[in-house]
Design a protein around this ligand. Structure first.
Ligand code: FPP
Length: 235
């Protein structure tokens, strides 16, 4: 590929499916369908260039507020995607790792999600963190609850609660933090995505809508990232 300085972990907020569809006078779900195609393309590209972890924000804890039809469509789309993609994930060495409150997903979706986890757990070429019913604040609340419980039971002293320990209780335990965050469609917000993990992440914003975010766009983001100097609070 000829790209130096490949980020180990890239996070993407895939935004703009609705607007993309609207521009074509189609229903929003038309945009989501194309969005799934681009999510597959992004995973393949990540694999090819040697990115270790790709985190895709597919459904947030706030997305339940969308019309019921759209939520149902997204869940069905996810189930179909997992059905269709499983053989590819197995063949290419992609480990499927959902992040979020998976236990609150509809039964059939949860079942499929957990099956896919099981079938890909030994894979190690690329970890695909798919954020489903994910919220960064919720993730931290869950971690703090676990730590509080351990203190309550006398297994942990408050002074032992350090950054490294908190990280053990996040969905991303054991993974490097995102080096690069990409957000499409012109919005410049973090929207509750990987809040703890993005302490030193480089941000890349593009006006391109997610259904138009192809390999060339991904490459552009990587080239932009390459030019940046990261100091992590040092000099
Ligand atoms: C943002 O567009 C998109 C979402 C909230 C859903 C993201 C979902 C996909 C790309 C498909 C699911 C992915 C997989 C891998 C199953 P928007 O609806 O917020 O668009 P808008 O901001 O233009 O309204």
């Amino acid at each position: 590929m000829g790209i130096e300085k490949i980020p180990r972990h890239v996070a993407i907020i895939m935004d703009g499916n609705g607007r993309w569809a609207k521009l074509r006078e189609k229903p929003r779900i038309f945009g989501h369908r194309k969005g799934v195609e681009r999510a597959k393309e992004a995973s393949e590209f990540a694999l090819e260039v040697g990115i270790e972890v790709l985190s895709l924000y597919a459904f947030s804890t706030e997305n339940w507020a969308r019309p019921k039809d759209e939520v149902e469509f997204l869940m069905t789309l996810l189930e179909n995607y997992l059905d269709k993609e499983l053989p590819t994930m197995v063949e290419k060495g992609i480990r499927f790792h959902p992040i979020g409150r998976i236990h609150q997903l509809p039964e059939s979706t949860r079942k499929k999600v957990l099956e896919t986890v099981k079938a890909t757990e030994k894979n190690d070429k690329l970890t695909l963190n798919l954020a489903l019913n994910y919220g960064g604040q919720a993730e931290l609340v869950d971690a703090f609850k676990s730590l509080a419980q351990m203190v309550l039971e006398g297994h942990l002293q408050p002074r032992e609660i350090q950054e490294k320990l908190v990280e053990e209780y996040l969905y991303t335990r054991g993974q490097p933090p995102p080096d690069l965050l990409i957000r499409t469609s012109g919005e410049r917000r973090i929207s509750n995505f990987l809040l703890w993990q993005m302490a030193y992440t480089e941000f890349y914003f593009t006006s391109t809508l997610w259904p138009d975010f192809d390999r060339a766009e991904f490459l552009k983001a990587l080239l932009d990232y390459q030019k940046r100097e990261r100091r992590f609070g040092g000099v």
